[in-house]
Design a protein around this ligand. Structure first.
Ligand SMILES: Cc1ncc(COP(=O)(O)O)c(C=O)c1O
Length: 387
């Protein structure tokens, strides 16, 4: 196991607050801060040649590290500015089966997944219901896949409940009926070991903002190598072509590899930080981070049970990772109160969401949970509980 105490020193923000919101914005590591300074220095010292000496090689390294994170073959990963853009590229570009117009999406998926296909009148979107408000069994997807289903899209881990889906079962059901399967793994990148080939999905989107601590602007996507030659996004850019520096205005030849999913000039500052976060997480080991987070979320669930706080996260260790959500009738107020007390959490309608960073100590976790539980109590009961 890594030395969590030593690693904690890599995240100065953790000395200033109790950080229970790593699934939203991971804290900046020292290496990321240094990388951002290096970005300014490289640009300032070199001017235009920096593209060839440093920036294009850095992007290639970033794509390679993403492939390592996803255990994806070389050439099957591409960079995107956000997960929404990555999904948009897939929505227009994937070779869906002819004559089918239905897209299945989970009722607990992140809104951008729904919006992506609801914005396209050529598709009928069906939402797979959750009967307990927390999980959706793979069978619920399987039952709704029919001869009209072109695509199943869902998230790997639900952002409001922390439930980890069995992606393999969902992808197998889609394929058995001739449909494709896209997985949004933004909430599992950096906290659940990934293997896109074992998952069996046709495409995967994710990014470095959350558990990878790489900051915004660092989303990415993967497409199964055998599908890549058939992917033709509608709406593209010169950096998606085979040879951007041939400047062929009147001809469009897509790159042979996943670079065909990219578009124009990259926001380089973001990728300096993204790469630093990604390399740190790969060095620590995502399997280690997963175990650590499951221990921390175990303890959060125990504390909630002991205090009589209702939670919406599975008890089974293998069905969750870094998120626990708690019932709360005034989430925004509670979030603000906790912020003022030095505990960073997130609120969602009717809920407070806790996602401790993997370097939060046991003592901090207990102290943070004391404050969370006190804040959740109706105002009149707070002093009683504090005592
Ligand atoms: C699972 C999931 N997918 C997609 C998004 C949206 O990503 P973006 O803002 O990069 O489009 C989020 C944002 O938190 C998310 O949690």
């Amino acid at each position: 196991m890594p030395d969590w105490g030593a690693l904690r020193a890599e995240f100065p923000l953790l000395d200033r607050c109790i950080y229970f919101n790593a699934c939203s914005l991971g804290p900046l590591p020292r290496s990321g801060r240094a990388a951002l300074a290096r970005y300014g220095q490289d640009w300032d010292e070199q001017g235009t040649p920096v593209w060839f000496t440093t920036w294009l090689p850095l992007l290639e390294r970033f794509r390679g590290r993403v492939a390592e994170l996803l255990r994806a073959p070389a050439g099957s990963t591409a960079i995107a500015p956000s997960v929404s853009v990555a999904l948009s590229t897939l929505a227009t570009g994937l070779p869906l089966p002819q004559g089918r117009d239905k897209v299945l999406i989970g009722e607990l998926d992140f809104p951008t997944v729904g919006h992506q296909w609801l914005s396209r009148p050529e598709y009928e979107v069906e939402f797979v219901p959750s009967h307990d408000g927390m999980t959706i069994p793979p069978e619920a997807f399987a039952e709704r896949i029919d001869s009209r289903t072109a695509l199943v899209v869902t998230t790997h881990l639900f952002y409001t409940t922390g439930y980890l889906q069995n992606v393999r079962a969902i992808a197998d059901a889609a394929h058995a009926a001739g449909a494709l399967c896209v997985i949004d793994g933004y909430q599992t990148c950096g906290c659940v070991p990934l293997d896109v080939e074992a998952m069996g999905c046709d495409a995967f989107v994710g990014g470095c903002l959350k558990w990878v601590s790489g900051g915004p602007g660092n989303a990415f996507l993967y497409v199964k190598p055998e599908l890549i030659p058939q992917v033709r996004p509608r709406g593209t850019g010169w950096f998606a072509t085979r040879d951007p520096f041939a400047f062929t205005l009147q001809e469009l030849t897509f790159a042979d590899d996943a670079r065909r999913l990219e578009t124009g000039t990259w926001a380089m500052a973001c990728h300096y930080a993204g790469l630093a976060g990604l390399e740190l997480v790969l060095e620590v080991g995502v399997d280690n981070i997963q175990e650590r987070l499951r221990d921390l979320t175990d303890r959060i669930l125990q504390r909630c049970d002991a205090a009589g706080v209702r939670t919406f996260t599975p008890r089974e260790r293998e069905l969750r990772c870094g998120i626990v959500t708690l019932e709360c009738d005034r989430p925004e107020e509670v979030e603000a109160e906790l912020h003022a007390a030095g505990v960073i959490v997130d609120s969602r309608p009717g809920r407070i969401r806790l996602s401790p960073h993997w370097c939060v100590t046991e003592q901090e976790l207990e102290r943070g949970m004391d404050l969370v539980i006190t804040s959740l109590s109706p105002p009149g009961e707070q002093s009683e509980r504090r005592g």
